[in-house]
Design a binder for this molecule. Structure first.
Ligand code: ADP
Ligand code: MG
Length: 394
């Protein structure tokens, strides 16, 4: 069986659609700092409205403690969704009129993410009573067995929305028959977050580029001193195994040759460029901390990316939140936008980074909305929220 699409739900005119989106956006106070997930939800809502349906949109936001908490209210999202849709969005506990309604944060109810299947079923039954059919489109949550993702899809006729279909199509192109050369660029904070992806992708890629905080564990495993840079010494053996496996498989493992070393972890820290094998030979000595890849590395990474036909990038190259340490991330994003083929931004922080650096979504082949879900897919895991929609990993 393959993924059930919206078409399988039949005539939707005058039906009430329950639509699970992933509107879990980053908030700064009440301000949305990256509305990518709201924008990604719009095409499916439009499609359902054009089919004559009214739509009850559901999502979670953050990790409230299973009880109402104004910090995690979806109210700011209702405002943004209304602007993007160009039609009114009611923000209410149940359907209002025949238009679009957004429910409050589903995780305000402890049953949504309960470990107890019966509790989730009871919540799903309540949600099911609010509409006729269910469309699941929150790609970022399909790896979770939660009431509005899994049990609800069993309670009423259900199908996948357009965003899930698009995300799966891209993931399929990254795993099934990627156009070669295929490069994967990894960064972000920890090696341990990305072990599964490295394991799964090493047999498929031609080039593996390592930046971000994880690069220091690679350098340290090769015997280099790294000052106070991020280190996971528990991963030494694993990292050494990756280096050996890459060599065995003929995968080009590209490690940084220069690093931006800083006097401390702050936006206004003093900083200098150091050779990868001499990171403690700066004015900061052993107190230095690596916060970005250096310009030589950035240029080399960019060249590897531009000369590949499939590129997957997960994890910022440096602490891009501080402008002085965003240049490596900018160079990778720029090169990715120039790929002759498929260039994909995966990872939530990477997506936020490209937008913060002023890139437009359209410059990339795809920007994934589902960090954790994408990783689990790439690792070959079974995702309950997809399985329940008929999907089977091939
Ligand atoms: P993604 O969500 O894209 O997969 P991660 O969550 O793994 O990315 O990591 C993102 C974080 O990694 C960012 O907040 C960034 O500041 C941090 N980071 C990148 N490089 C470094 C570094 N050299 N030292 C410390 N943190 C880093
Ligand atoms: Mg992240």
């Amino acid at each position: 069986m393959s993924l059930r699409t919206i078409e399988t739900l039949g005539d939707l005119a005058d039906k009430v659609i329950l639509l699970r989106c992933d509107l879990n956006v980053p908030l700064d106070g009440g301000r949305i700092t990256d509305d990518g997930r709201v924008r990604a939800s719009v095409p499916t809502i439009r499609r359902l409205r054009e089919a004559g349906a009214s739509v009850v949109v559901m999502s979670h936001l953050g990790r409230p403690d299973g009880a109402p908490d104004p910090t995690f209210s979806l109210a700011p999202v209702a405002v943004r969704l209304e602007e993007l849709l160009g039609e009114p969005v009611a923000f209410a506990p149940q359907r209002v009129g025949d238009g679009v309604t957004l429910l409050e944060n589903l995780r305000f109810d402890p049953r949504e993410a309960s470990k107890d299947a019966r509790e989730r079923e009871s919540y799903a039954a309540e949600l099911a009573a609010l509409g006729d059919v269910f469309v699941s489109d929150g790609f970022g949550v399909v790896h979770r067995k939660q009431a509005s993702v899994y049990e609800l899809a069993k309670a009423v006729p259900s199908a996948a929305g357009l965003l899930i279909a698009t995300e799966l199509d891209v993931l399929d192109r990254l795993t099934a028959r990627p156009a070669k050369p295929y490069a994967v660029v990894l960064g972000g904070s920890k090696v341990s977050d990305k072990l599964g992806v490295i394991d799964a992708l090493l047999p498929k890629v031609d080039r593996l580029l390592i930046g971000g905080g994880m690069l220091f564990t690679f350098l340290a495993a090769q015997g280099h001193k790294i000052g106070k840079s991020l280190l996971e010494d528990s991963q030494f053996e694993t990292v050494k195994r990756y280096v050996a496996e890459a060599a065995e498989r003929g995968v080009e493992l590209v490690l940084p040759t220069d690093i931006v070393m800083a006097s401390g972890f702050s936006a206004d820290a003093e900083h200098v460029v150091a050779r990868a094998e001499a990171l403690e030979e700066t004015p900061f000595g052993a107190d230095g901390i690596g916060l970005d890849i250096g310009p030589e590395t950035a240029a080399a990474f960019a060249a590897h990316i531009r000369s590949s036909h499939t590129v997957l990038w997960i994890g910022p190259m440096g602490v891009f939140e501080f402008p002085a340490f965003a240049e490596g991330t900018r160079a990778v994003a720029q090169a990715l936008s120039e790929v002759d083929g498929l260039g994909v931004v995966g990872g939530g922080d990477s997506a936020a980074a490209v937008r913060a650096l002023g890139f437009a979504d359209e410059q990339f082949g795809h920007i994934s909305t589902g960090g954790g879900a994408s990783l689990e897919f790439l690792e070959g895991k079974t995702l309950p929220g997809l399985e329940v929609l008929g999907w089977q990993q091939t």
